[in-house]
Design a protein around this ligand. Structure first.
Ligand code: GDP
Length: 298
């Protein structure tokens, strides 16, 4: 139910527009497809993904000799789900000893999201250690510390400007000593300096490989859904410097641009793993593509 309420604006943006097309057209013609296409693009599904969805819909309509616009509704829902298919979308790291790197540019909600994740795992009785390895930003560590306190988990930090890899090194030692289930690392997100970012991440990954080879690891990128197409562009850029295994879309509660989740999964083949639907610690939800599409359309 929370998912639906968090998606009200996105739903209004995409689905009401579409339903007025299904009702407004008496036959399936080029105008019909054009209007649908426009609605999907306005709904932030992305040009490429939209074109594929429309092509797929046309093929289905031809194959099944469909004549009524209203009959296209379910076919369209199916096409969107198919576009979003990224195979298994498990939350692998939740079930084993893991190191989870979280990256994302300033202001997207990275700190808040790490706090929410820590709170969620702690509520599931998992042992969590936070690593404040985004040492570039002044006050990033302090802000994360507040969230660590709120979530009641331990945090390992470093001085501003400290080597992020050394913070991760210390955090791994702490995670092992405390038999932590999940080590959550707040890492940098300076996209304007991709080469440095890549070097920094490589160095951090090396620390993990050497010091904590038994742990499973993932890299999640946090994106602000309210930025729409820009979030997709950021995901692409981060994917060039790191092996991104999942996306967290924040601020889904306040935006009509939630359709970007479709574009991200369709264009990058990377699963959206969680969405942020508010500012407090429990405003984080697991994301499932089918559930998401169902919440929009039914
Ligand atoms: P960071 O700079 O990426 O670490 O971003 P912060 O975690 O400091 O968050 C920036 C702002 O976004 C803060 O005001 C957060 O409360 C807000 N924020 C983060 N996630 C969400 C969300 O899912 N929904 C809403 N409405 N606000 C959020």
């Amino acid at each position: 139910k929370r998912l639906v309420s968090g998606l009200t604006k996105t739903r209004d943006n995409i689905v009401s527009g579409m339903d007025s097309i299904f009702h407004g057209f008496s036959k399936i013609d080029d105008d019909f497809y054009e209007e649908l296409e426009e609605t999907l693009i306005m709904g932030d599904l992305g040009v490429r993904t939209t074109e594929e969805i429309i092509e797929d819909l046309k093929a289905k309509v031809r194959e099944r000799h469909i004549k009524e616009p209203m009959e296209c509704r379910q076919l369209l829902i199916d096409s969107i789900k198919e576009q979003m298919d990224v195979g298994e979308t498990a939350y692998e790291f939740e079930d084993r000893k893991s190191v989870v790197f979280v990256i994302g540019v300033n202001g997207v909600g990275k700190t808040t999201t790490i706090g929410k994740l820590a709170g969620k795992f702690r509520a599931e009785r998992k042992k969590v250690v936070l690593a404040a390895a985004d040492t570039f930003r002044a006050a990033a560590g302090e802000q994360l510390k507040e969230w660590a306190n709120r979530a009641q988990v331990d945090m390992i930090g470093g001085q501003e400007g400290a080597d992020p890899a050394s913070v991760v090194f210390d955090a791994v030692a702490a995670a092992k000593a405390r038999k932590a289930d999940i080590l959550l690392c707040d890492t940098a997100g300076r996209l304007h300096n991709k080469k440095n970012l890549m070097e920094e991440l490589k160095k951090i990954y090396r620390v993990i490989e050497r010091e904590y080879p038994e742990a499973y690891h993932e890299t999640l990128v946090v994106l602000d859904a309210t930025t729409g197409q820009n979030a997709l562009a950021q995901a692409k850029e981060f994917n060039e410097v790191a092996d991104i295994t999942g996306v967290i879309l924040t601020k889904m509660d306040g935006t009509a641009k939630g359709g970007i989740a479709v574009a991200i999964q369709a264009e990058l083949g990377i699963p959206v793993k969680y969405i942020g639907v508010g500012e407090s610690i429990d405003d984080l939800q697991k994301f499932d593509a089918d559930e998401f599409v169902n919440a929009l359309f039914y």
